[in-house]
Design a binder for this molecule. Structure first.
Ligand SMILES: Cc1ncc(C[n+]2csc(CCOP(=O)(O)OP(=O)(O)O)c2C)c(N)n1
Ligand SMILES: [Mg+2]
Length: 268
């Protein structure tokens, strides 16, 4: 499967998952699909048959409300049966709307309360070093999420401890829950901010597979004592025209039978 096909399959399954609930975090799930496709096809050293393998790469989905995109990815990778995707948030489900490491095979950190994932990832990266494990810890944060001050405590800690196995991917889709990030509380220049905190920072088109691949590769091989940041310019709702066109409204929205069918038609 090419990375393009993988990404389409993730988008289809993300919408399948959201459709099972009838609504949910459509926009921020679709905006990270291409990053997940590159990570899980080319970088993540994981074993679907041994999800807790000590010697694995880890992903902290700090913007935990985008769980459906991660679930879609993990289902395709074989971490659990695809039928689980039809149970989003249902009573007794293993797939809660916000990621939970105790419920879902392949989920490495619980998240949902925004702002905490980078700190958690610092702990995971430091623990790897103490245990002699040479693997990467990836974090995906939202752009709006960076308004949470705890991120910058985590960033300081990462630089202080020289956590160069830590790779932060910022999903810069320019929107948060109820408007444009620039209008609510501007977080730009994100690259310059991370660089000022001691990171190597790059900025790429978050829907360009080869650009993403190049940035992740550079971050992975840097090993220069600096934590790594990749700001991804993305589109909320990416891949489905009518979701892309919704603006901030796509943050949490419906996936009706009609919308699901129309979206699948676009994702053939
Ligand atoms: C601490 C905290 N405050 C508020 C929320 C509610 N909330 C969920 S998503 C969201 C918007 C986040 O915006 P952004 O980080 O840009 O995410 P994305 O655009 O990728 O969906 C908010 C405010 C939350 N989950 N956690
Ligand atoms: Mg956003």
């Amino acid at each position: 499967m090419t990375v393009q096909q993988f990404a389409k399959e993730i988008r289809r399954n993300t919408l399948r998952c959201l459709h099972s609930q009838g609504s949910g975090h459509v926009g921020g799930s679709l905006s990270i699909v291409d990053a997940l496709a590159v990570l899980y096809s080319r970088y993540m050293h994981v074993d679907p048959h041994d999800p807790r393998m000590a010697d694995r790469d880890k992903l902290v989905l700090s913007k935990g409300h985008s769980g459906p995109a991660l679930y879609a990815t993990l289902a395709i990778k074989g971490f659990f049966p695809a039928e689980w995707l039809d149970t989003l948030n249902k009573l007794g489900t293993r797939l809660p709307s916000h990621v939970n490491l105790n419920l879902t095979p392949g989920v490495d950190m619980t998240a949902g309360s925004l702002g905490q994932g980078l700190s958690c990832a610092c702990g995971l990266a430091l623990a790897n070093r103490l245990n002699g494990i040479d693997r990467n810890v990836y974090v995906i944060t939202g752009d709006g999420e960076l308004q949470e001050g705890q991120n910058w405590e985590g960033a300081m800690f990462a630089a202080q401890k020289k956590l160069d196995s830590l790779i932060v991917l910022v999903d810069s889709n320019k929107l948060q829950i109820d408007g444009a990030t620039a209008d609510v509380m501007n977080v730009e220049d994100i690259c310059a901010k991370f660089a000022a905190f001691g990171f190597d920072a790059q900025r790429v088109d978050g829907h360009d597979y080869e650009a993403l691949d190049g940035a992740i590769h550079r971050a992975k091989i840097a090993k220069n004592g600096k934590p790594q940041c990749i700001v991804m310019d993305t589109v909320k709702g990416k891949g489905v025209s009518f979701y892309e066109a919704m603006g901030a409204g796509v943050h949490s929205t419906s996936v009706t039978d009609e919308q699901y069918e129309a979206a699948l038609n676009e994702l053939k």
